[in-house]
Design a protein around this ligand. Structure first.
Ligand code: PEP
Length: 248
């Protein structure tokens, strides 16, 4: 039985004071419920200090594909480990579209994360144009194939996949539970064709305007195993309600 997992993506939001209040609210409310917060790099130490010993894990939103060296401004997987990270988001659509990260670069970051012992949360998903042109499955397959080619299907035993339709991220337009389920089932069947056991245990999160009000319906879908939550992860009551809906 797959255990659902909800991760928050704070994006480039927060301050020491705001984070302290948010983490202080999340900690008791999520006692016993496994969840993750992916915070901006400068706040990893704060998350580590505030969340150590709790059921909430923490992680980052990006990493370098390089392990060390003259790469000004980059952050390596081992640096994330120094701050107790267990998870790191790779291939978020904002990284792909705003910072030009190719499928191949995303795959290299995924490999770097796993090589250090971090669990990558690999984001895949189509744009509105791509959905309207009927190539959703082809796009998601291409994004997954880049990772499978570099790291092998076996690597998915130690990864999370997040299906995030780009048109639903931060737009308030959630994919319907049926639309999301259809793509999740596609992802699982694609992996199953290569390795049935890995497909069965793969956690596939949905992300895109998830909030307390629509979480239960999405989490009830058979192939949705949790969520990657942007905006609503910054509001304690919303994030807690989503995590509780997933834990039911
Ligand atoms: C995200 O940032 O990955 C995301 C899904 O954002 P939102 O929940 O705000 O749509």
């Amino acid at each position: 039985m797959r255990k659902k997992l909800v991760a928050g993506n704070w994006k480039m939001h927060g301050s020491l004071a705001e984070n302290a209040a948010l983490l202080a609210a999340l900690k008791p409310a999520l006692e016993g419920i496994k969840a993750v917060v992916c915070v901006p790099f400068p706040y990893l130490a704060q998350a580590q200090a505030a969340l150590a010993g709790s059921s909430i894990a923490w992680g980052a939103q990006n990493l370098s594909e390089q392990s060390k060296g003259a790469f000004t401004g980059e952050v390596s997987a081992s640096m994330l480990l120094d701050f107790g990270c267990q998870y790191v988001i790779v291939g978020h659509s904002e990284r792909r579209s705003l910072y030009g990260e190719s499928d191949e670069l995303v795959a290299s970051k995924y490999v770097a994360a796993q090589a250090a012992g971090l669990t990558p949360i690999l984001c895949v998903g189509e744009s509105l144009d791509e959905r309207e042109s009927g190539v959703t499955e082809a796009v998601v397959a291409r994004q997954l194939d880049a990772v499978i080619k570099l790291a092998g299907v076996g690597s998915l035993a130690k990864a999370i996949v997040a299906y995030e339709p780009v048109w639903a991220i931060g737009t308030g337009k959630t994919a319907s539970p049926e639309q999301a389920q259809a793509v999740h089932a596609f992802i699982r069947s694609k992996i199953a064709a290569l390795d049935a056991d890995i497909a069965k245990q793969l956690v596939i999160q949905y992300g895109g305007s998830v909030k307390a009000a629509n979480a239960a319906e999405l989490m009830a879908q058979p192939d949705i195993d949790g969520g990657l939550i942007g905006g609503a992860s910054l509001v304690a009551d919303e994030f807690v309600a989503i995590c509780r809906a997933a834990a039911k």
